[in-house]
Ligand binder design. Structure first.
Ligand SMILES: Nc1ncnc2c1ncn2[C@@H]1O[C@H](COP(=O)(O)OP(=O)(O)O)[C@@H](O)[C@H]1O
Ligand SMILES: Cc1ncc(C[n+]2csc(CCOP(=O)(O)OP(=O)(O)O)c2C)c(N)n1
Ligand SMILES: [Mg+2]
Ligand SMILES: [Mg+2]
Ligand SMILES: [Mg+2]
Length: 324
């Protein structure tokens, strides 16, 4: 294998998106768009930081790298269309493994009619994948973190803490219930594209996806919208077998764990029924976990109401790459 035969091997023969003018094979890709807003996001996925050969198979590496990026498109309410992949490949990764990485990406990409339209290939010391995704929304319909308002309902999809529970199971030998579910939530998270696309009829919705833990993502919404979020610990959705783990770990994983790639959002009370309808239609678990309160004296804070009536202000202490 050399660089160019590798690129040839990953190149699509045909494209699904009708807006494509030039895909892989020139200095850049070209697509044509006239009436929608273009949405672009990039997330890296790096050996030793996001995964090791012990925590994931090559297929999962590709799948998870693209899933995290699709989750960011979901958080904008966007329809996925294209992706570009820059990859640094160590000598220790075989041709067969690389093939599996791209198979993982392809499986998810094809599920959303996405085309791989470019990227870059180099050799490197740790497998590093940098994905760029491109999607679109109807004009002015992107769901910004700054869209939250006083009185909104706070909601979250799916269950929380699963990915870190899966990571724990992978790294600690032992007997666990529901092992397959938790491991898969770590390796093959579901970007909530279908659900957010059903929210198009809602006039204003605020969304953020949970990569660093719900506390961190909730604070991002509170700060961008200049509001306070109040969430109830007892309402935070967890898997029915989550109580097999020590309580302190449950608390840590569901609030600060991250990598669940669920959607945290807020919407007006009047539109809550439409969100419930979207969840039902797309078979997505949805939970009302609290409310938004605008006060004159403080904004940008998130308060966790505990079952003992105690209220604590949450810190942004989820996953943070440059915390030193
Ligand atoms: N090195 C960088 N250069 C430019 N923009 C960046 C860089 N890192 C992050 N960003 C931007 O900062 C914002 C927040 O990034 P991030 O916290 O990674 O979001 P998310 O958790 O949704 O992936 C995004 O708009 C992202 O594009
Ligand atoms: C080997 C390994 N160590 C640690 C983790 C935990 N971890 C790594 S990155 C991360 C946060 C999410 O990744 P990030 O790059 O911050 O995604 P973004 O917020 O940009 O979407 C977590 C919880 C892991 N998944 N694998
Ligand atoms: Mg990011
Ligand atoms: Mg995000
Ligand atoms: Mg992060």
């Amino acid at each position: 294998m050399d660089e160019f035969s590798f690129i040839n091997s990953i190149k699509q023969n045909t494209y699904k998106q009708s807006s494509i003018v030039k895909g892989i094979g020139d200095d850049a890709a070209v697509f044509r768009q006239s009436s929608e807003d273009i949405v672009i996001a990039k997330d890296m996925f790096v050996e030793g930081v996001h995964f090791t050969k012990q925590t994931m198979d090559a297929f999962h590496v590709g799948y998870r790298a693209l899933a995290a990026n699709l989750s960011d498109l979901a958080a904008m309410g966007a329809i996925p269309a294209f992706y570009l992949v820059a990859i640094a490949i160590p000598e220790s990764w075989s041709e067969g493994e690389l093939d599996q990485v791209y198979k993982g990406m392809k499986e998810l990409g094809e599920a959303y009619q996405m085309d791989l339209i470019g990227g870059d290939t180099i050799s490197g010391n740790d497998l590093t994948i940098s994905v760029t995704v491109i999607g679109y929304t109807e004009k002015s319909k992107a769901s910004y973190r700054s869209n939250s308002q006083d009185g909104d309902v706070v909601f979250v999809t799916g269950t929380l803490g699963d990915s870190q529970a899966g990571f724990h199971i992978i790294n600690h030998h032992g007997q666990y219930i529901d092992e397959v579910f938790y491991k898969e939530r770590h390796r093959m998270p579901t970007p909530r594209i279908e659900f957010v696309r059903e929210l198009q009829g809602v006039s204003r919705v605020c969304l953020n996806d949970i990569s660093d833990g719900i506390a961190s993502e909730a604070i991002e919404i509170a700060q961008a919208s200049h509001v306070n979020l109040h969430i109830f610990d007892e309402k935070l959705p967890v898997r029915n077998t989550f109580d097999q783990f020590p309580q302190s770990l449950q608390h840590k994983w569901k609030l600060f764990g991250g990598e669940d790639f669920e959607i945290l959002g807020t919407v007006s009370k009047d539109d809550w029924a439409m969100v419930e309808e979207a969840a039902k239609k797309t078979n997505t678990k949805l939970t009302n976990i609290g409310y938004v309160k605008d006060t004159i004296d403080t904004t940008g804070n998130v308060f966790l109401h505990r079952s003992n009536e105690k209220v604590e202000q949450l810190e942004k202490k989820g996953y943070n790459h440059l915390r030193r």
